[in-house]
Ligand binder design. Structure first.
Ligand code: HEM
Length: 512
């Protein structure tokens, strides 16, 4: 009996039968998936029918419209053709409605739609569910808990830390240009802004810029890798599934880079916790009227009395470590490039700063409000090169825009800040660098200029950021004359943060 059950012909027969059933099941699943995608596409087509866009392929969406690394430039043509908003098909069953009109922005930012869940899912393994990705009540609790870390009493002394970090970088530049006046600045500025956030928010004592062995450089490299991979994953249909992605070379690299970045942030938390083990130090920090960012997190008691979990703490540290340095690095680099491209404005800023600071030996909080022309140039540069070019939401309920067009619940929208800032209907001659757009008294729409977004989910670090931009620009202009390198003109690249395809190269001349 047992022999006949295990006979090779029977086994083969049952294996073939199993295979047949499995193939049939796979086919049914495939058909069901295809039907689901078809129905989803039909629903999306109907949902966005009031918003015209260039014809798209039923499977590949608008992929052919966008050459790699030319998205910004190509999207700009759509902005001119399709007023206010335009759907972009990523592939057959995924569409994102880009909006770039101030009235449209105002309506969306006045609501409390959650972040785009797809983008959040892709970002979460890196920065976790911290303030940037949280939604609803937990977001509100964290926002209330962290807002005091940006009180002006806390921000005031940071100006000194910022100036110290900038000076370390400028000293390095002086050494470097003694051999060659040409410099790629983005990398140096990233290390400098990381140095600043480490000192201000994470109580780091010494300058990481001076420590040659310091792992910050590998942290910055890891961030670079993750930003690039994030950008390519968002656009790749096959990379959407977590399991499939984790098995690809990109997925493996992403995992490696995440681990590297987390090692850096873990180390920062570990050091601070170790410092607070000492009773005296703990008491000293407790007695402070206003706590630094990391100390707020470490002392935090949520409403129910429990501490912030290790996971939540890590997410906030990762969020602020990244959000607090990469955005400002992009901002400062593009501002310096804009000033290098416009020597007349550069000189006017320099004169303003020289008459305010003399040789710049000391720069304080009080100085920052006394550089109106420099501030206008900074704002004009943030308009042309917004460091956070796109912000994503998922509509939690139907929306109707001022012109009567509407979108249903569930649609993903991108608040396209870059396109808004370059929209010729909002900013005449948008490509022209014209700081007078921000002269006192000039009137523009409340939602025409949104480098820090708006509404309740605006940037919590915007005052910190503006201070850092002013300190960096002021001290740099006192030390160097900046010119562009005609052989290496930067090409803006829209990633998570506004990047340049080919770095940001300047020619520097030391001022005597
Ligand atoms: C020039 C520099 C900066 C720019 C242009 C910028 C821009 C933005 C934008 C556009 C948002 C909205 C994102 C969204 O809704 O998805 C945002 C949110 C945020 N930013 Fe910034 N940011 C800058 C600097 C900073 C700094 C220095 C910090 C921290 C020290 C920071 C921390 C955050 C956080 C935590 C959020 C999430 C806020 C929330 O949802 O409650 N940012 N930022």
């Amino acid at each position: 009996m047992s022999v006949s059950v295990l006979s090779p012909t029977r086994l083969l027969g049952s294996a073939a039968g199993l295979l047949q059933v499995a193939s049939l099941l796979a086919l049914v699943l495939l058909l069901l998936k295809a039907a689901q995608l078809y129905l989803r596409r039909q629903w999306l087509l109907k949902a966005v029918q009031e918003f015209p866009s260039p014809p798209s392929h039923w499977l590949f969406g608008h992929i052919q419209e966008f050459q790699k690394d030319q998205e910004i430039q190509q999207f700009q043509k759509w902005v001119e053709k399709f007023p206010c908003a335009c759907p972009r098909w990523m592939w057959g069953s995924k569409v994102i409605v880009n909006i770039y009109d101030p009235d449209y922005m105002k309506v969306v930012l006045g609501r409390s739609d959650p972040k785009n869940p797809v983008l959040s899912r892709l970002l979460a393994p890196w920065i976790g569910y911290g303030l940037l990705l949280l939604n609803g009540q937990t977001w509100l609790q964290h926002r209330r808990m962290l807002t005091p870390a940006f009180h002006y009493d806390i921000l005031k002394p940071y100006v000194g830390h910022m100036a110290d970090s900038v000076r370390v970088m400028l000293d390095k530049w002086e050494e470097l240009i003694s051999q060659d006046s040409h410099l790629e600045i983005l990398e140096h500025i990233s290390l400098m802004t990381l140095d600043t956030i480490m000192k201000c928010a994470f109580s780091q004592q010494s300058s990481i810029q001076l420590d040659r062995k310091y792992q910050s450089k590998s942290y910055i490299k890891a961030i670079e890798v993750m930003k690039n991979l994030f950008y390519s994953r968002v656009r790749n249909f096959f990379y959407q599934n977590d399991i499939i992605y984790s098995l690809t070379p990109d997925g493996l690299r992403n995992k490696w880079a995440c681990q590297l970045a987390h090692r850096h942030t873990d180390q920062v938390v570990k050091l601070r916790k170790a410092y607070l083990q000492d009773e005296e130090d703990l008491e000293r920090v407790r007695r402070k009227k206003k706590l630094d960012f990391l100390d707020i997190l470490l002392f935090a008691r949520m409403k129910n009395g429990s501490s912030l979990s290790d996971k939540d703490l890590r997410a906030e540290v990762d969020t602020f470590m990244f959000g607090g340095h990469d955005t400002t690095a992009s901002g400062i680099s593009w501002i310096l490039y804009a000033l290098a491209s416009h020597p007349e404005h550069q000189q006017r800023c320099r004169q303003e700063i020289q008459s305010l600071l003399g040789d710049g030996a000391s720069i304080t909080w009080d100085h920052l409000d006394q550089m109106p022309y420099t501030t206008m140039c900074i704002k004009e540069s943030l308009r042309l090169y917004p460091p956070a070019p796109i912000v994503g939401r998922e509509l939690s309920k139907p929306i109707t825009f001022p012109d009567g067009r509407s979108l249903p619940k569930g649609i993903h929208v991108s608040l396209n800040i870059y396109a808004l800032h370059h929209n010729p209907k909002v900013w005449p001659d948008p490509e022209v660098f014209d700081p007078s757009r921000f002269a006192p008294g000039s009137d523009s729409h409340s939602h025409a200029f949104l480098p820090f977004s708006g509404g309740s989910r605006n940037c919590i670090g915007k005052h910190f950021a503006m201070n850092e931009l002013k300190v960096a620009v002021a001290l740099t202009l006192l030390r160097f004359e900046l010119a562009t390198d005609p052989l290496q003109v930067p090409i803006p690249l829209q990633k998570l943060i506004l990047d340049s395809k080919n770095g940001i190269h300047l020619l520097l001349k030391k001022l005597v």
